[in-house]
Design a protein around this ligand. Structure first.
Ligand code: ADP
Length: 205
């Protein structure tokens, strides 16, 4: 049971997954909002039923699972539809991530929330005790994105620009991991924060 929960965020390809993996290696439970977003719409789930009630059965595939491509198209050109969808999914995703963190056996837990800044930061997640941002210069994000996802330079640029700025993310962060060099440089930063978070969690108990 962890009551000390750290929100982990960072821009696309900043290195969140790499940082998460290192915390997990130290025995810390990481609950991932992207994963939860897929889990809450599993076939048979109440969230999927609400989505089908709102958008019609055409958003379902023959096997009862969500037709993501169809839904994405629907909301792409229609902000009202997007907001309606988010009003259904966001509370369920947040509740799931929170429950996974609170149920963790580790001394503290990490909620990995890529769009934490865009979602409104701490006020939208009052159960986070701290926010940790993984930070990398835009040019570094861009280069990693090209290499990881094999996309065009223009699309990489658009994906980065569509997110909150580096400054906006840093403004909501209590702690920052700088990931602009060799991946090995992450380990000491992760271990130092892990020691601090264990001490904070101990003191809060
Ligand atoms: P995010 O989860 O923030 O999108 P990832 O952890 O997937 O980012 O990192 C993006 C890509 O960059 C991955 O392919 C990862 O292996 C690579 N990467 C992460 N950190 C570094 C680093 N310090 N040096 C070189 N490559 C890195």
């Amino acid at each position: 049971m962890s009551n000390f929960i750290v929100g982990l965020t960072g821009g696309i390809a900043s290195g969140k997954s790499e940082v998460s993996r290192r915390f997990e290696t130290l025995g810390i439970t990481v609950a991932d909002a992207d994963l939860a977003a897929r889990e809450v719409v599993a076939p048979g789930s109440p969230v999927l039923a609400q989505i089908a009630a709102l958008f019609g059965d055409e958003v379902l595939q023959a096997d009862g699972s969500l037709d993501r491509a169809h839904l994405r198209q629907r909301i792409f050109a229609n902000p009202d539809d997007r907001r309606a969808l988010e009003a259904i999914t966001h509370p369920a995703i947040r509740a799931r991530v929170r429950a996974q963190c609170e149920g963790a056996a580790s001394p503290y837990a990490i909620a990995a929330i890529p769009l934490l800044t865009e979602a409104g930061g701490k006020p939208s997640y009052p159960w986070l005790q701290r926010i940790l941002a993984v930070d990398a210069p835009v040019a570094v994000q861009h280069a990693r994105l090209l290499k990881r996802d094999a996309i065009t330079s223009q699309l990489a640029e658009q994906m980065i620009q569509a997110q909150a700025s580096r400054e906006q993310r840093l403004a909501i962060a209590d702690d920052v991991i700088v990931n602009d060099g060799h991946p090995d440089a992450l380990q000491a930063q992760v271990e130092a924060l892990d020691a601090r978070y264990r001490a904070f969690a101990d003191a809060a108990r």
